[in-house]
Design a protein. Structure first.
Length: 638
């Protein structure tokens, strides 16, 4: 009889010992009985001797083959210690779903030769290539359309020719079809696995089996592809590394970029980041020599779009006359337009059209939000002030901005009757096929593509020469210290959809045309923006100068949420942990749950997590009338 420690997907740090009459490999999936129910588990340890207590038998070994990478326990321990989840929850990020494998897609591709790299691309490629056999963290910082993907393709081809596997992470499922097409032109399609949340468990199991047997040499997909069962991984590439989608919003709240660096260190392989607008933390690390920094300063087709800022502070319509005229002009000349809608507006912010400023918290430099009881609230520290209808500086009447964005789609259709208007957002996308259909419909017959963040990155349409941003201020005034970084990145990305082959135009509508961010956008100058923004981060002690831990307390009963928030605050004080709050989250109520948060600033994440993890686990073991979420290095403070 053999004895095994089994990991079950539950929020505790203990493994459970079971017996079996045959030898089972570490990493194998099994079925066991736990508390009267049948559970899927994974073997994490073979015991040296029989335990002193009675054990239950393993009911079934699910797989003949191991479908986890050999480093899964090491990485899971780090995830548990850093992000504050249980070791079991971390391990089960790697566990394959499904029982019966099913082929996920038909393979069809024609291999083509790689295009010649230009001088800049060659220089970057050669420097990375000579370091291909060691941990080599690198940032390729290049304007949109500068040819970062071509460097990725050369590196992937090199790694595969060495007999190793490659991983390319992308931020959105919507980018999958175009990304697959780019890579299957140099690698046989049947050697590529596409992993994302929209494939079925059976399809995912099929792809996992291919990866584990090294039948797949390239894995593509969003952040979950990082947990694929690689046999011999040789490189990790993270495209658009700044994107928030690389951060999980569910427990464990891991960041794929941080996790990739850990895997790269263990396997001694390069980890390549690429973007036109790096996260401030990444660029700060690169400027300080912690990450190798490579520049691509020239756009591949030598064109950058002309950006025009339009003041709409006195407009009655959501669309300016300049934007309407340009869209019609390009339609009449045989070109297409993209109109970007920002639907992140949720709580009105207060704006003075004369001062061109929104009201912000004096303590946190965060936009104050208007509440129905005529109170302005900071959702970080809880600072409040009574709303007055006139500006305290100039006496002008204040405006409430942030409502009514749901009508913009109808307004667009009213302005462009007879145009083929195609919408792409979370509501219009049901599966992978609908992504491809919408993109193909727009490419072949569309006049205007309208959408939210989903259309802002990665899409490449030759005939798009006009991009319009309906209202930039929605994200500019989010109650989040990253609101300027997020807005700059988003607007830069969506601007990059214009003029991919020849010069295009971008019109950004705003209430505050003199904000410094727009000058940097017009110049396509991320570094000037970085230098300005990093000063504010230092002044108010935000990342990259400090680490942040966010505790989110949510529940149906608001009074109990407030009570438990205060209770946690008292426990943090006893542990001598400095914090801000508790205060209502900007999204104070979501899906019937009231939400409060506590913000901790620290330079030692693991030390603080070790102290607060037992407090949170004790609370979360109670009946689910409320729940506490631990978010380390949050990218979304809403």
């Amino acid at each position: 009889m053999f004895f095994y420690d089994i990991s079950l997907n539950i929020p505790v740090d203990d493994f459970f010992t079971y017996s079996y009459d045959k030898e089972i490999k570490i990493g194998s999936r099994v079925k066991v009985e736990f508390k009267g129910k049948i559970n899927k588990g994974i073997v994490v340890k073979i015991k040296d001797k029989k335990p002193e207590f009675e054990t239950k038998n393993i009911l079934k070994v699910i797989d003949d083959d191991v479908l986890v990478p050999n480093y899964f326990i090491t990485i899971s321990k780090w995830i548990s210690e850093y992000y504050g989840c249980s070791i079991n929850e971390a391990i089960h990020l790697f566990v394959a779903p499904g029982i019966k494998p099913k082929k996920s897609r038909e393979y069809n591709s024609e291999i083509k030769n790689l295009p010649e790299l230009n001088r800049e691309q060659k220089e970057v490629y050669n420097k990375i290539k000579v370091n291909i056999n060691k941990f080599y963290p690198s940032l390729i910082f290049g304007v949109t359309g500068s040819g970062k993907t071509e460097i990725y393709r050369y590196l992937v081809k090199d790694v595969i020719e060495m007999g190793k596997q490659a991983l390319v992470l992308i931020p959105e499922i919507s980018l999958t079809p175009q990304t697959v097409e780019r890579f299957t032109s140099i690698i046989p399609d049947d050697k590529v696995s596409v992993i994302h949340s929209m494939i079925t468990p059976s399809n995912k199991l099929y792809e996992f089996q291919k990866i584990a047997k090294k039948e797949s040499m390239l894995v593509l997909g969003p952040r979950s592809a990082l947990f694929s069962p690689f046999k011999d991984l040789g490189i990790i590439i993270i495209d658009e590394e700044h994107e928030r989608t690389y951060k999980s919003s569910e427990n464990p709240c891991y960041n794929a970029r941080s996790l990739a660096f850990k895997i790269g260190q263990i396997l001694k392989i390069p980890v390549i980041l690429g973007t036109a607008t790096p996260s401030l933390e990444t660029f700060y690390a690169a400027k300080n020599g912690k990450i190798n920094l490579f520049y691509l300063r020239e756009r591949f087709f030598n064109t950058l779009p002309v950006v025009k800022i339009v003041d709409v502070s006195n407009n009655d319509s959501a669309l300016s006359s300049e934007l309407v005229k340009k869209v019609i002009h390009y339609k009449l000349n045989g070109f297409q337009s993209i109109l970007f809608l920002n639907r992140r507006g949720f709580a009105p912010f207060v704006f003075c059209s004369k001062c061109k400023k929104s009201l912000s918290c004096p303590n946190c430099s965060i936009s104050l939000n208007y509440h129905n009881d005529s109170v302005l609230v900071c959702h970080y520290c809880g600072y409040q002030k009574i709303f007055t209808p006139n500006c305290e500086v100039c006496g002008s009447k204040l405006k409430l901005i942030g409502s009514g964005t749901q009508r913009i789609e109808e307004i667009i259709k009213d302005n462009f009757t007879g145009f083929n208007v195609i919408r792409m957002d979370a509501d219009s996308i049901k599966n992978r096929e609908s992504y491809e259909k919408i993109l193909n419909d727009f490419k072949n017959s569309g006049d205007i593509l309208i959408g939210t963040q989903m259309i802002a990155k990665g899409l490449d349409f030759e005939k798009v020469k006009m991009v319009g941003v309906v209202l930039a201020d929605i994200t500019l005034n989010l109650p989040d210290f990253r609101s300027l970084e997020y807005t700059f990145s988003l607007l830069n990305q969506v601007s990059g959809r214009s003029g991919r082959r020849e010069e295009g135009e971008v019109i950004i509508q705003t209430l505050n045309p003199h904000h410094y961010i727009f000058e940097f956008l017009k110049e396509h100058d991320y570094e000037k923006f970085f230098n300005k923004e990093i000063e504010s981060r230092k002044k108010y002690n935000y990342p990259p100068f400090i680490k942040i831990i966010r505790l989110i307390i949510r529940g149906i009963d608001k009074d109990k949420v407030v009570k438990i928030s205060k209770n946690i605050s008292e426990k943090l004080k006893k542990e001598e942990i400095n914090f801000i709050g508790p205060a209502p989250c900007p999204f104070e109520k979501l899906k019937s749950y009231y939400r409060y948060h506590i913000i901790i600033k620290t330079k030692n994440i693991k030390e603080i997590v070790k102290k607060i993890k037992p407090i949170i686990q004790k609370i979360n073991r109670r009946p689910s009338i409320f729940f506490v979420e631990l978010d380390v290095d949050p990218v979304n403070m809403l």
